[in-house]
Design a protein around this ligand. Sequence first.
Ligand SMILES: [Zn+2]
Length: 303
Amino acid sequence: MPGWLHVGLASLYNVRMRLLAHPFILYLLVLAFGAIIGSFLSMLVYRLPIMLKRRWEEDCEALTARHKTPGRRETFNLALPASHCPHCEAPLGWMENIPLIGFIALGGRCRHCHTRIPLRYFLIELITTVAAGFSLARFGATPMGILAFIASACLIALTFIDLEEQLLPDAITLPLLWLGLLANVGGLFTSLEAAVIGAASGYLFLWLIYHAFRLLTGKEGMGFGDFKLFAAAGAWIGWELLPVLLLLASLVGAITGLALIALKRHGRGTPIPFGPYLAGAFWLALFYGHPLLFTYLRLAHGH
Ligand SMILES: [Zn+2]
């Protein structure tokens, strides 16, 4: 090992040891880090669907009008244009860019045009901050803790994008799947064998249900994004926990769906995205899978 790398790793180890001796400071740093990632996620939830739609439009144009030169459009990606109010397009000041605090300081309204900023931005930042705290509390300052937080961040982004757009982008579900398989090469959350079988059977199982449902009712009950998300869950937690995960997601989904119909917020025919329930159950299974499985088995055997 080169000398500088050795010195670098040793000082990182020192910092970690010092922080572990002061859990309060460690938690404070992790929560602040969570809030910053949350701020990134709220931007991602807003921008990624727009970027995807623009790309699809461009692909369609390219297919249908090959003879025309496609019109140039303004750049829109994760970095550009800089953060601004979606209503009056006033750029955000540095104060407003501070996660959580910015929203509270502004009272949830744009400083210039006083339009309400969707509560979603604040919620995403808050949930991500809490998820960072949970990752540290459950798995400690370890590679497992870091990976669990990355998975949490992906699930938060997927949940909110699915709620807004009924879409689970491949750009998040597929890297989540690969990362789960990689994490389990070292057997971090489950054995590699259980992870590979989990990824394949997760996809296949929902794919079969989708086609059975379509043949029986003539309707489409889920999107392909749901299969990929379930496959990713299998890659992280292994095939053994998938039945519990699906049961949990369906149960919460059915209860919420019935409640929404009862409250007349939803017509019977309106599709309700399944992604948020899958994502929530995925998170629970990743963090508390073994206690969950234990409870499930006890209930299933009736004692
Ligand atoms: Zn504004």
